[in-house]
Each structure stands twice: as C-alpha cells, then as structure tokens.
Design a binder for this molecule. Structure first.
Ligand code: ATP
Ligand code: MG
Length: 173
C-alpha cells in the first residue's frame, strides 16, 4: 500500500508550489477530511490533475490565483480547478478537448494535447469533465470520477494477480 489518495493528490498539487512562487500566482487548496476507499491508477490520476493545474498556471497572469478544491461524496471524487486567467471564448470552448487544438495566441505555450488526454483518462473511469469560463475573468474545470462500482472489481483483480505496478489500492485519508 502506497499511502492514501488524498495524500497522493496533495503531493501532486503541492508540487506546483514552486511554479506558483516563480510566476507570482497564488495557489489555494482545500481537501476533505472524510475517509473513503478508492481505486485508481496513480499514473492516470496524476496526469489528469497535473494537466489541469499546469494549464491553470500557464494561462494565468502575474498576481493571479489558482484554486484547487478536492472533494469526496459517497460515490465520487471531485476536483475543481479555478483560475483567474485569460479565460476561453465560447467558440474555443467547443474545441479545447480536441487533440492538437490550441487557442489562437497559445501556440507557443503547448502542443494542444493536454486536455484531449485528460478527457480520455476521465472517460476511462466513466467520469465527467466540464468547463466554465469567461474571457478575461478566468476558468473553472470540474472533474468527477466515480469510486468503486466501475474500477473496484478491476483494481481488485489486478491486485490479486500481484500486478500492483499499474493499479494500487488507495484509501482517502
Ligand atoms: P499541452 O497541454 O499539450 O502542453 P496546451 O496547453 O496548448 O498544450 P491543452 O492543455 O489541450 O493544450 O489546452 C488547449 C487550449 O485550451 C490551450 O492552447 C489554451 O489556449 C486553452 N486553455 C486550456 N486551459 C486553459 C485555462 N485554464 N485558461 C485559459 N485557456 C486554457
Ligand atoms: Mg495544457
């Protein structure tokens, strides 16, 4: 066992502290207290969180703020990542999850893969990702990943086969 899910999420999120300091963009975080059990592939979860967080910093400006709220319900892990950055126009929002799509003016900042991959990974868990944005004001991405039902059997069977490299039991604490 490699430690709890919340601990794992904290380590990903706090690894952005140096970027936060370097860019002078605040990092606000909140985490749940409750205990839960959940099964995810750490690699996939890490990519989901870090793609969204790196975008939040990359498309924000000096003096801005990135807020990350991790939550749990009976059945879901929820992530809400809000920035006070450039925002995304309605026309662009329709395409940001497309592979290689970049908003005009962002061409030097990335390759346009991050959100397409993030959505694919969320889909693997039968989760949902949504975005709410206002040009010039900022953006919020929300992710909902169901616990148990979909991946509990899968995770257990993999753990029983001792293939614990890709899947591991994680307990929210
Ligand atoms: P990569 O993630 O592959 O390095 P990227 O950041 O350009 O490159 P995506 O993460 O897929 O690609 O994002 C697609 C486009 O959506 C970006 O080019 C950017 O213009 C816009 N975008 C994504 N996140 C935000 C955000 N939080 N605020 C404003 N614009 C964003
Ligand atoms: Mg990106």
């Amino acid at each position: 066992k490699q430690g709890g899910l919340i601990q794992f999420l904290k380590s990903i999120i706090f690894s952005f502290e140096s970027m936060s300091e370097r860019l002078n963009i605040g990092l606000n975080t909140s985490f749940p207290e409750e205990q839960h059990q959940a099964f995810y592939d750490r690699d996939k979860l890490e990519k989901i969180v870090s793609n969204l967080l790196s975008n939040a910093f990359k498309y924000s400006n000096n003096g801005g703020m990135v807020t990350v709220a991790v939550g749990v319900s009976k059945s879901h892990l929820t992530l809400k990542i809000t920035d006070t950055g450039n925002g995304i126009s309605e026309k662009d929002i329709a395409r940001i999850f497309d592979r290689f799509y970049r908003v005009e003016g962002s061409e030097t900042k990335g390759s346009g893969i991050g959100l397409a991959l993030t959505k694919e990974l969320v889909d693997i868990y039968n989760g949902q990702i949504s975005v709410d944005s206002r040009l010039g004001e900022g953006t919020t991405f929300k992710v909902r990943l169901p616990f148990t039902l979909n991946h509990l059997p899968e995770a257990i069977s993999v753990v029983n086969n001792e293939k614990t490299v890709d899947y591991s039991e994680t307990t929210i604490n």
